[in-house]
Design a protein around this ligand. Structure first.
Ligand code: 2BA
Length: 109
């Protein structure tokens, strides 16, 4: 068995959950925060059999869009606030960041 951990954007979650449940696959949705943007995103835990991994990763790929976002980097601690000119930069977020982990044990007790 494998555990798919997928960090997705909040906007894509409902569609992804609907697709997974349509295929009879279980998933858990966790509220999370991106370390760089410090904005909310969603981490999905999806336990599947080995032979379902590719199908689920493909589903994530089809469902999760890439979006551009403008961020204003924070001033460095050493930088004087008077000399800090905020310059927004554009980052591209998503589709999804996906990890596939081996599961040593699985039980519903
Ligand atoms: P965030 O950490 O908020 O990152 C949002 C987007 O900002 C990233 O999109 C990337 O395009 C950009 N970014 C991240 N770190 C950067 C940096 N040091 N310099 C410039 N740009 C940077 P994604 O790569 O699509 O990542 C989306 C979210 O997936 C991340 O949100 C984070 O929550 C998660 N993630 C990405 N890589 C990860 C990893 N190696 N381990 C755990 N979570 C990860």
């Amino acid at each position: 068995m494998k555990l798919i951990v997928a960090v997705v954007q909040d906007q894509d979650v409902n569609k992804l959950l609907a697709g997974l449940s349509e295929k009879g696959l279980g998933a858990t949705k966790l509220a999370s925060t991106g370390g760089f943007l410090r904005q909310g995103n969603t981490t999905m835990l999806i336990g599947v059999e080995q032979n379902q991994v590719d199908r689920v990763v493909e589903m994530i790929k089809e469902t999760c869009c890439s979006r551009k976002q403008l961020v204003t980097p924070m001033a460095a601690v050493s930088q004087s606030i008077n000399s800090y000119i905020p310059n927004p930069i554009e980052v591209s977020v998503g589709g999804a960041t996906v990890f596939v982990l081996d599961v040593e044990g699985f039980a519903k007790v």
